[in-house]
Write a protein of this length. Sequence first.
Length: 121
Amino acid sequence: MAHTFKNIKVWQKAHEMVLEIYKVSREFPSLEKYGLTAQLRRSAASVATNIVEGYKRRSDKDFAHFLNIADSSLEETKYHLLLAYDLTYLSKKDYESISILADEVGRMLSGLQKKLIAYSL
């Protein structure tokens, strides 16, 4: 097990995704500051935050539960990205590159959840 959440590979990838989302969302229209920009940033940060919170729980079962919440936030993030793209707030290049990151985070979350559940049986 990692000694700090910063060593968890899925957290590293989720954090990378959050940083990219913050970077590209700076260019969203100012009228979206409290709308889509805030929602997208919040849901993306929630992915990484739930990984961190779950890591500090006392059992693998609890950690797996928080990874499930992180995965749900990831799906919300994917929708917000699609909406931003459809509204032409995101370029195709940015949408595709962040979507690839999000898909990778999703695969990593799923793999870690399965591993934790198998260990707790």
